[in-house]
Design a protein around this ligand. Sequence first.
Ligand SMILES: NC(=O)c1ccc[n+]([C@@H]2O[C@H](COP(=O)([O-])OP(=O)(O)OC[C@H]3O[C@@H](n4cnc5c(N)ncnc54)[C@H](OP(=O)(O)O)[C@@H]3O)[C@@H](O)[C@H]2O)c1
Length: 288
Amino acid sequence: MNSLSPSDRHPSHMLSGPLTTDPAVIGIIGAGHLGRALALAHRQAGYPNSRILISHGSSQQTLEAINRSGLGRNVTSNEEIFQKASLIFIAIRPQSLISLSRLPVSPSTIVISCMAGISTWTLQNLWNIPVHRMMPSGPETVLAGKSIAGLYPGSLVIRDHLTKIGLEVIVVSDEEQMHDITAGVCFPAALLVAKDQNLDIENEIRAGEGFGHLYSRVLSWACTVAPQELSGPERTAYISRMSTPGGITETVCRSIREGNSLYQAYLDGISRCRDIGEEMAGRTISDR
Ligand SMILES: NC(=O)c1ccc[n+]([C@@H]2O[C@H](COP(=O)([O-])OP(=O)(O)OC[C@H]3O[C@@H](n4cnc5c(N)ncnc54)[C@H](OP(=O)(O)O)[C@@H]3O)[C@@H](O)[C@H]2O)c1
């Protein structure tokens, strides 16, 4: 499963050393809920603060959240990130992708997209470089060192890096499986909604055993990380931090609220991933 992609064999795609000794510069484009968690996970892993660069859009609210997280001094422009970082995470919303279409990306940069639904094909067409995708679970799990993350295509260098910052990496064999993981990492939020809807979760888990290894694995993981004792407002805040407007968690949670099973909600999430992917593929082509 953990295959080596062709890009790993290119020396310029190697990070310059262990995280604590001779680190490369890490860039995070889009310091929203996920991007801030990734930046903090690097810091928690001992990554020098001076080597973490982040960017955001124009929202004052986001800037305030960045400052509250203690990341204010890490903020810079996208241009500087693309110039200095050797490993860049793209953590903007899929719908914002076009705003990055004109950036010059060096072929020696490793770019990892965290955007739901958008295929490597779309991204490679946009930037003319090989792009990896990773789909981590929500920010809380990243910060707690309990995150799982799908990775495509497999890459030893990237897998090792993600492991160092505390993510459990699942290398998948194609982008359909990235859709599966993307819907699956919504389960911690989905389980909270399912509880509110009085869904028989034990029964859902038993039924899940017939729906494939990946589904069962991610659902079992979600049962261990979904918070148990949250008040109503805390639950709402947790779900909101995991939800990107118009995104997959929103779709999965809505499906459960409409009375569907966890599995049907998962299928609806996968379908939403495909829709986003197709929509953005079309928009990037027409933008060129
Ligand atoms: N949240 C999760 O649990 C989760 C899990 C896995 C994957 N994801 C993926 O991660 C991505 C981000 O999700 P999120 O929930 O973190 O969304 P979010 O909180 O809305 O964060 C997106 C950030 O991107 C920034 N941004 C927009 N345009 C930009 C640009 N041109 N350059 C730099 N930054 C820009 C926004 O800044 P402003 O606010 O200043 O405009 C915002 O801070 C999505 O693609 C989602 O599919 C999210």
